[in-house]
Design a protein. Structure first.
Lengths: 336, 269
């Protein structure tokens, strides 16, 4: 009887936590649409659907908020899954090469194909997928995906990407350099549904995959051998997780540029705040990541009027001290 | 008679109303300069950071660097017309304003002196001041004839801060202006702006260095640039400080600046 009660209690807690975060997202939605550099007159906005006030809310702020939710959520859920899979709290989506791959291809697009600037997200997507596929291939042997090899391949290819990026930056002109700087610090000001729709589609695919793999990922926490004994096909799970991370993060990075630390710190905060089943934890990290990035975007677009700060700067400002704190904590724990 | 006069009167009133109600945001130094010269300083409600001259422009709020202008910040000035210099093209802003139904026009920067009148006419047309365009064009000083037939090798250096100096190769406005002056670009073998390199500088061996005015206070630092001491320009200490806004901007002051550079080069011969 007591077991049933505990189970029910956990369900209630999960439901409560989900409701709280959904309410917080609803509040963030209101704040994001209401506040910004353009002073919105709510009366005008809601009474005249052709007014500039309404257009600013729906054409500028709404797409940004949705993008913040989706991109922040993607980075966070990918980070959470990778940290669980690698059993390493310092893992983040960039490890599998998506960010560096996207960066190289975006640079190639900007510098070598300046007339194709509209296709920058496509370049980014190709780069993200190609690089993560390379990392996957280099790390896969007869016995499946080798985590150490994956990390080493990621480091090596990231270094190569740095060199290629340096060369392309050297070849770029001032205008191209500015475009690149803007992209490399991340931005949610895409405001183009024709670009956002494919992102939403790919992220949805990735999320379905994550949700489908949640139970196996939960078992994997016990260890690879134990998971195998419990009937989990570990290699297949790793490959599918790899694909889900590439889909969600690849599409996000390709569209919005490099936004650091969300994939690292949000999974940690989620773990510190909650201790639920894997499915709920994945959902919570997605929602929490989305909420975090949407609010950081509000900071980025209002903190230094009349200019907008790149969102990557804001997330890094908050993320770096937390990252250092994590390293120190880890060191202390290992000494203890 | 009354039938003819009334529509004319109406058109005049409407046209006047259109002009007086314009709330212009100007992005680009030369665009802003031309707008002021056309008598529109009161209608400029905001500007980018490069629009600093004439001083009348400083009254308008500064939106920062063109590439980082926030659409919302720009919209908060409730513009009816946004003019953007092609060299400072911000595609994101352009797309956002199109979606919001705000008129935005890209003004071609141009490449040669002949493009300045074209630019003036284009801006005058967009702000309904076509009548003043010719007047303004006629007031521009002509380029003075060269005082010497000697062709010098000029190198334009663009210092963007310590250790960030660039050399202007072909397909840059600096190259076009050097050609207008009747001299040779010392960096004609390269294309665009490239970071300075000692060997390229020695190989180019310019007779005269052109550099922006702000470098005047860091002259010692400039002479310490690797390779510069092996050039003819260093040996003869031939350096001309230029007003980059006028020299590179193809603006109303460009010809004046070229005439001044020509005079300085002649005097230092």
């Amino acid at each position: 009887m007591k077991v049933i009660n505990l189970e029910r209690q956990r369900h209630t807690q999960e439901r409560l936590a989900l409701w709280v975060i959904l309410i917080l997202i609803a509040i963030a939605f209101g704040i994001n649409l209401r506040f910004g550099l353009y002073p919105i007159d709510l009366f005008i906005a809601l009474n005249d659907l052709k007014s500039q006030d309404f257009l600013v809310m729906t054409q500028l702020r709404l797409p940004r908020f949705i993008l913040g939710l989706v991109v922040g959520g993607s980075l966070a859920i990918s980070g959470f899954a990778l940290q669980t899979m690698l059993r390493n709290p310092l893992a983040e989506p960039g490890l599998i090469g998506v960010s560096s791959g996207a960066m190289i291809m975006v640079l190639i697009g900007i510098v070598l194909f300046p007339d194709w600037i509209a296709f920058t997200p496509l370049f980014g997507l190709i780069g993200a997928f190609t690089m993560s596929f390379l990392v996957y291939r280099l790390a896969t042997f007869n016995r499946g995906l080798n985590i150490t090899m994956m990390l080493l391949a990621g480091i090596a290819l990231n270094a190569l990407a740095g060199a290629v990026a340096g060369l392309l930056i050297f070849l770029s002109n001032e205008q191209q350099l500015k475009t690149l700087t803007f992209w490399s610090m991340g931005s949610l000001s895409i405001n183009d549904w024709s670009l956002m729709t494919p992102l939403l589609f790919m992220v949805s695919l990735g999320l379905i995959l994550f949700y489908h793999l949640a139970s196996s990922l939960e078992v994997l926490q016990l260890g690879e051998r134990e998971a195998q004994h419990l009937g989990v096909s570990v290699q297949s799970l790793k490959s599918k997780l790899f694909l889900a991370v590439a889909l969600t993060t690849g599409a996000s990075v390709a569209l919005c540029g490099l936004i650091g630390f969300v994939g690292l710190i949000i999974p940690h905060i989620t773990r510190q705040l909650f201790s639920f089943r894997m499915k709920t934890m994945l959902v919570m990290s997605f929602l929490f990541g989305g909420l975090f990035l949407a609010m950081m975007d509000l900071v980025a677009r209002t903190i230094f009027p009349p200019s907008e700060l790149a969102i990557g700067i804001v997330t890094s400002f908050i993320g770096t001290p937390y990252f250092i704190y994590l390293i120190i904590q880890r060191e202390r724990r290992s000494y203890a | 008679m009354r039938l003819v006069l009334w529509p004319l009167f109406y058109l005049l009133i409407v046209n006047q109303a259109v002009c007086s109600e314009q709330r212009i945001i100007s992005i680009g130094a030369s665009v802003s300069e031309i707008l002021v010269a056309l008598g529109l300083e009161e209608q400029i409600v905001a500007r980018d950071v490069t629009s600093q001259r004439p001083a009348a422009l400083l009254k308008a709020p500064d939106l920062g660097q063109a590439h980082h202008i926030s659409t919302e910040a720009l919209m908060s000035h409730r513009p009816t017309l946004v003019l953007m210099s092609s060299g400072l093209m911000n595609k994101r802003l352009h797309k956002d304003l199109n979606q919001l139904g705000i008129a935005i026009h890209i003004i071609e920067d141009g490449k040669t002196l002949e493009d300045i009148p074209k630019k003036i006419r284009e801006i005058a047309r967009l702000v309904h001041r076509i009548d003043r365009a010719d007047q303004l064009i006629n007031s521009l000083a002509p380029l003075s004839p060269p005082q010497s037939q000697q062709q010098l090798k000029l190198a334009f250096l663009y210092a963007r801060g310590p250790s960030h100096t660039f050399m202007a190769g072909t397909e840059t406005t600096a190259d076009a202006m050097i050609t207008e002056l009747g001299h040779l670009n010392a960096f004609a073998q390269m294309q665009g702006f490239k970071p300075i390199s000692a060997e390229a500088l020695i190989k180019a061996n310019p007779d005269v260095i052109l550099i922006q005015e702000s470098s005047q206070k860091n002259l010692d630092e400039l002479w310490q640039t690797p390779g510069i001491q092996m050039t003819q320009a260093y040996r003869s200490r031939s350096i001309v400080f230029v007003d980059t806004l006028a020299f590179l901007g193809l603006s109303l002051k460009t010809v004046d600046e070229l005439n001044r550079i020509r005079r300085v080069l002649h005097e230092s011969d």
